[in-house]
Ligand binder design. Structure first.
Ligand SMILES: [Zn+2]
Ligand SMILES: [Zn+2]
Ligand SMILES: [Zn+2]
Ligand SMILES: [Zn+2]
Length: 247
């Protein structure tokens, strides 16, 4: 249910068009419009047109049933490729979406010899890509969340390509952890300390727009300063630097 349900639908339509002959909708609509015209100026009769349409549908339906094996196979392989995330860099087997009692995850078909496994991004729609992470070589996924532009990310949340993107700066509360962008179960983004649960510092984030870390601490409170393209602000909503801006 995390996948965008296009691939299989597209495969079905394509397959039916390919094997169903005259059933494609634009052609059929065009023909019917022409027939209406012919009826109105007396060239055809209503009964004739209905009979012709029935023949056309019968023809298409019998073509589809003749080819049902091929159509089934095409849909099956489209569904398979929808599950295919990429090639495992460790063993070369395909990595696919797998189901478990604890929900879906990305696993290697080389299991049990290869135990490569990664979480499916939560509360997001995902699309497969054919690109690989430039840092670690794992497959990348396009992650689509409400309000923010789609991101192409490495499937390993611990990969530095991901952690550096989400890294906002040092935690001013515990001085040990760092503040990074996280996503709640409902898909809302917020910032939290990596030292959790020892340090429970979190900051709400604006739900929209691309956040760019500035890696600068706020001059007033020490929390990370983030940029939204045309302006930057301290991540801490209660910070005096933000109150001053409003005045
Ligand atoms: Zn593997
Ligand atoms: Zn990576
Ligand atoms: Zn902290
Ligand atoms: Zn501040």
């Amino acid at each position: 249910n995390h996948m965008i349900p296009t691939a299989s639908g597209v495969a079905l339509t394509k397959s039916l068009e390919k094997h169903g002959g005259s059933i494609t909708e634009p052609e059929m609509t065009a023909k019917l419009e022409l027939d209406m015209l012919k009826i109105s100026n007396g060239e055809s009769t209503l009964d004739g047109v209905v009979k012709e349409s029935q023949d056309m549908l019968y023809d298409a339906a019998s073509k589809i049933s003749e080819n049902s094996d091929v159509i089934g196979e095409e849909i099956r392989s489209a569904l398979k490729s929808q599950q295919f995330i990429g090639t495992c860099p460790k063993c070369g087997n395909p990595m696919v979406i797998k189901r478990s009692k604890n929900g879906n995850f990305i696993g290697c078909n080389g299991y049990p010899e290869c135990t490569c496994a990664y979480p499916v991004p939560k509360s997001a729609m995902i699309q497969t890509t054919d690109t690989k992470c430039s840092v670690c070589g794992l497959p990348q996924l396009k992650i689509i969340r409400k309000g923010i532009p789609p991101q192409v990310c490495c499937i390993d949340p611990k990969c530095t390509s991901n952690t550096s993107k989400n890294y906002l700066g040092k935690c001013p509360t515990c001085n040990e952890g760092y503040i990074r962008i996280l996503y709640s179960k409902a898909g809302k983004r917020f910032a939290g300390c990596s030292n959790w649960p020892k340090c429970n510092q979190t900051y709400p984030l604006r739900p929209k727009g691309t956040i760019t870390p500035t890696e600068q601490p706020c001059q007033v409170c020490g929390a990370p300063v983030i940029s939204f393209g045309n302006y930057s602000e301290c991540i801490n909503m209660d910070c005096d630097s933000r109150k001053r801006k409003l005045e």
